[in-house]
Write a protein that binds this ligand. Structure first.
Ligand code: D5M
Ligand code: FE
Ligand code: ZN
Length: 488
């Protein structure tokens, strides 16, 4: 097969990197895959790289996923329940482990020293990941790189990014040895979506005026994985974000419909073993100017008490896990600890609480839960990222291996001793809320979920032209990885 492929590429006048060749050979029908690479690449390359192959793979995946989700949304809408099957979450115990969150481990007081320590830890952790990339072999520090006249590779943290008139970017970077100005050419591979404070690898050469000209930017990224490694039991998880209880735009009737469905015993609702709530569970008080005019419950405890009542209709065998968001009664700086005891004690003892972000396993399937505040910062700093598709911002988080890289934007960050916002293990599922949108996709084998809201359009969103997609519930089958979106 290798020879046939080589002939195929030679006829096209293309050389193939060994790694890219191995990748193509690893699929079921390499020739068909090679042909689709050709038809999906914008320019025919002289040398086909792994990056080219991965780019095409993600395009193919996007297209198929899009169809799959649409189809499944359609499939699920007419189903009014009543269908009984053998698979029933009732028959299985819940298995939840909180693997990592800040609760009880906060160290920071917010001094300058804390910040230095925090960024040092970030640089070390993400820098190590970047250095492990094959392309970064032989990298040196900036001080040494600046003396080189031939190709150089170094790892750095981004201080600032600005666009030039000619469509390139000037990126100011630093490491422990020095600072540098890097001209990232418009067509540089990986040059898109650079944001302040992310850790990147630069491959380039020295140019005029002490500028380094980069033709390639390397991200820590996550390895491409083929299949979803599910659990053995036929159980699923529903993600229910941004309930905003206490707001006068909370969608009571839709919630009641959701609860009725949870109890109707159809195939999907009875497979739900877990409900994960990724933040903004209440609307809070004093979160934005003149919020009191938009509240139906003005006391924070009463808001949580009302949530407790709303959750009473969730069947007893369903394990509920609550994480906070920027509207909840806990420090807004991320990482946020779980809700405090005076709030937790309002809930039945079985309800579990975790921080934001939080890495947990549900039936051994690893789930990274992050409220998603940094999506505002991604959208604010990268023109191609929008509120129309927050899953793209989540993809960036995985590539950068960090849920909130930019310090000093809308996302407040607490300078802990360690950077808890680093994505240090690759999850099976990555879920966010916050933007009141809904969608499911996949990136390198990780299921991406944005988990809707239970609040209709607020006056603020109206002013900003943000159109929410509320009252939708994404559900992932933990055994098969199948994603569905149920509309209420
Ligand atoms: O955020 C709900 C939605 O409103 C989400 O899409 C972000 C947007 N939002 C909220 N506050 C702001 C600010 N200050 N700037 C930009 N966009 C914002 P929620 O967290 O529920 O209030
Ligand atoms: Fe919200
Ligand atoms: Zn929010």
């Amino acid at each position: 097969m290798r020879d046939r492929l080589l002939t195929f590429f030679t006829e096209k006048g293309t050389l193939v990197e060994p790694e890219a060749m191995d990748r193509i050979l690893s699929v079921e029908d390499p020739i068909e895959f090679a042909e689709s690479i050709y038809s999906n690449l914008e320019a025919k390359p002289l040398v086909l790289t792994m990056e080219d192959v991965m780019k095409v793979e993600s395009v193919i995946r996007e297209v198929t996923e899009e169809h799959k989700v649409e189809k499944e949304v359609e499939e699920i809408r007419p189903s009014k329940g009543g269908k009984k099957t053998s698979a029933n979450a009732k028959d299985f115990n819940s298995e939840v482990k909180i693997k990592k969150d800040i609760t009880g481990n906060s160290t920071c007081e917010g001094t300058i020293k804390d910040f230095q320590k925090y960024f040092k830890h970030r640089f070390r952790t993400l820098g190590t990941m970047v250095k492990r990339r094959r392309e970064m072999g032989g990298c040196i520090n900036i001080a040494r790189a600046r003396k080189k006249t031939t190709e150089m590779r170094f790892v750095c943290i981004v201080n600032s990014v600005r666009d030039t008139k000619s469509g390139h970017q000037i990126v100011e970077v630093e490491d422990e040895s020095d600072v540098a100005s890097v001209l990232v050419l418009e067509n540089a591979i990986g040059g898109e979506n650079i944001v302040p404070d992310e850790v990147i690898g630069v491959i380039g050469k020295s140019g005029r005026n002490d500028l380094i000209i980069a033709d390639r930017i390397i991200r820590p990224d996550i390895p491409s994985r083929r299949a979803f490694e599910g659990c053995e039991d036929p159980v699923s998880v529903a993600f229910v974000s941004d309930t905003h209880v206490g707001s006068n735009t909370f969608m009571q009737e839709k919630w009641e419909k959701f609860m009725a469905w949870m109890n109707n015993g159809d195939e999907i609702s009875s497979s739900i073993k877990y409900i994960v709530i990724p933040g903004d569970v209440v609307d809070g008080i004093g979160i934005y100017p003149r919020q009191d005019e938009e509240l139906s419950i003005h006391n924070i405890y009463e808001q949580y008490e009302e949530l407790v009542r709303l959750l009473e209709d969730v069947p007893d065998h369903v394990q509920i896990i609550i994480c906070p968001g920027n509207h909840d009664a806990v420090r807004p700086a991320e990482p946020q600890p779980a809700l405090p005891n005076n709030i937790r004690k309002l809930f039945p003892s079985e309800v579990m609480f975790a921080g934001n972000p939080c890495t947990m396993t549900l039936h051994d399937v690893e789930v990274l839960v992050y409220h998603g505040r940094s999506i505002d910062d991604f959208i604010g700093s990268v023109p191609s990222l929008t509120y129309e598709n927050p899953l793209e911002s989540m993809r960036e988080m995985l590539k950068k291996r960090h849920v909130a890289p930019t310090y000093g934007g809308k996302t407040p960050i607490a300078p802990e001793n360690e950077d808890h916002l680093v994505i240090d293990t690759v999850p099976d599922i990555f879920v966010t809320g916050h933007v009141h949108w809904v969608g499911v996709d996949e990136y390198n084998g990780v299921k991406l979920v944005n988990a809707s809201a239970w609040q209709s359009q607020t006056s603020y969103q109206k002013m900003r032209n943000i159109d929410p997609i509320p009252a939708m519930v994404p559900i992932i089958d933990l055994q098969t990885g199948r994603a569905r979106i149920k509309e209420f």
